[in-house]
Structure formats: structure tokens, C-alpha cells
Design a protein around this ligand. Sequence first.
Ligand code: NDP
Length: 283
Amino acid sequence: MEPYIIDGKKISKDIKDELKKKVADYKAKGIEITLAVIQIGDDPASTVYVRNKKKACEYIGINSQSYELPGDTSEEELLELIDKLNNDSAVNGILVQLPVPDYIKPMNVINAISPEKDVDGFSPYSVGCLNLGVKGFLSCTPAGIVELLKRSNIEIDGQHCVIVGRSNIVGKPMASLMLNNNATVTITHSHTKNLKEICKTADILIVGLGQKGFITSEYVKEGAVVIDVGIHRDENNKLSGDVDYDDVAPHCSAITPVPGGVGPMTIAMLMYNCVKSAELTQV
Ligand code: NDP
């Protein structure tokens, strides 16, 4: 079977172009949108992520304020900066690039960001809204996956969705979001028994476990939709996912490639959240 290849690059570009148009309309009315991005230290992967977020802001017309703090910044100093940005009405979204250094508690940082500016959707308030099924900022990667499915005309309602992984940034919010979209959801993790058999019951299999090529065709029902969240970079800088693409693809009705699947969606949804943040307060 030739699967439909879900084109995350194209869909993320479509979303960014829609936002660009909206932002231009807001600018014409004198409304500016600003994202503050904080990075502590110079971890190379974080630097790349931050650079890509700034580039996306530039493309869409969102102002980005960059705070590159030294690697020995204390938690207190970081919280002071967040407090200042919370109180700055010109700032719509605040993003602290994770991971933070070991001596800083990520939950203290996430908790410090005002819920109205939590464009990553990681705060307990945002997570609570998601679980209650009420309006709030959605965690960007899971929100991006739902956009991929919807814009590819893949039915979610009534489908059995199996999620591999239960992290706070991928698996858990993904489960809530699919539930809110009327899927029947099974969430699995490293203690799950009979993982293969459970995955094989999925109409939609969403994989974010962090092990390169882990999911083979033995885990996939004939005709399933497979979404690969994993990102792994080899010594030649080649990207691959948690799914063994060549083995799995012939058995799917649709699949996301790595690169070019879920990856580009995360930043597009971050931009979406920034615009939404401005709309909540300024429009
Ligand atoms: P975590 O390490 O935080 O979580 C991994 C999850 O997978 C855990 O819940 C773990 O279970 C589960 N798991 C690990 N091994 C197995 C196994 N053998 N069988 C079943 N479950 C298993 O990872 P993240 O959620 O942060 O990331 C997952 C992947 O997604 C990574 O490759 C990451 O790079 C990628 N990622 C991609 C993003 C994107 O924009 N495309 C964004 C975020 C992440 P347990 O809880 O029991 O330990």
C-alpha cells in the first residue's frame, strides 16, 4: 500500500502564512505582537531552537525580544526577569527555552509565567484548561499533530488512538487533546505490558518515546495512521524518528516523515499561540 505522506512542512507553512496575514491586518490597526524568548547558557540544540523561533517570528511579523542569559544565572534572577516581562503590557508571550540548568527547577520557571502569556502551554493552568476541555493555550507539539490530522482530512472522531509515551510535553497533553476531539484514547509507557498488541489495535498511532526506529511494522495495524514525534540526529546530521519509516510506511494509510512531519508544526503552533495571546488582550 502506498501511504499518504503527511506534509508537515507544507501544513506549517500554510499556518504561518495565515498568521502572517492576520498579523499584517493587526499591524495596520496599530496592534503589535511581541514574544520574549529567554535562553540560559549556550547549549547548541537550544540555540538552534531559539534561532528557529526567532526566524518564524520574523517571517510572520511578530516582534521577538531575545534574552540570552549567562549559564550561571540564578533561579532568582530568572524569576525576576519573568516577573518583569509578566508586567510588561507590550509582551504577549514568554518562552523559556528548556532544558534549564540543573540547579533551576523547571516547574518554578513554568509556574512563574503568567497564564495569559504561557504560549508554550506548559503551565498547570494551561494543562488544567486542556484537561477540562475549556479554552486555553495548547501545548504546541500535540496541537500541531491535531492540525496535521485535521488538515489532512484524517478522521479523529470515534477512532482508537494509541499514544506511546506519557511525558508532560508530548504524551499526556496529546491524550487529552485527542480525547477532546472524540477519539478513544489508550496511553502507553515503559511499564505497559503487551505494547505491540496494544499498538496493533490503533487506528491512529502516535509515537513519542525517544528511541530511534523503535516502532516496526509489527506494532502497526494494516491501514493505520502513524504519527512519529521522535527526533534523532545521527553523526552525519541526518534526522530520523521513533518509527522505522521504511518498514512501517507500506502498512499505513498515512504517515508523518522525519524530518518534515511533526517537527515543523511545533513552531507554527507556538506562533499561533502568540497571536492568540495578543487577541485575548488587545483585539
Ligand atoms: P521523554 O523521555 O520525556 O518521555 C518518553 C516517554 O516514552 C516516557 O513516557 C516513557 O515511559 C516512554 N517510553 C520510553 N521507552 C519506552 C518503551 N520502550 N516502551 C514504551 N514507552 C516507552 O521524551 P519526550 O516526550 O520529551 O520526547 C519523546 C520524543 O519526541 C523524543 O524523541 C523527542 O526528541 C521528541 N520530541 C519532538 C518534538 C517535536 O517538536 N517534534 C517535541 C518534543 C519531543 P515512562 O514514563 O514510563 O518512562
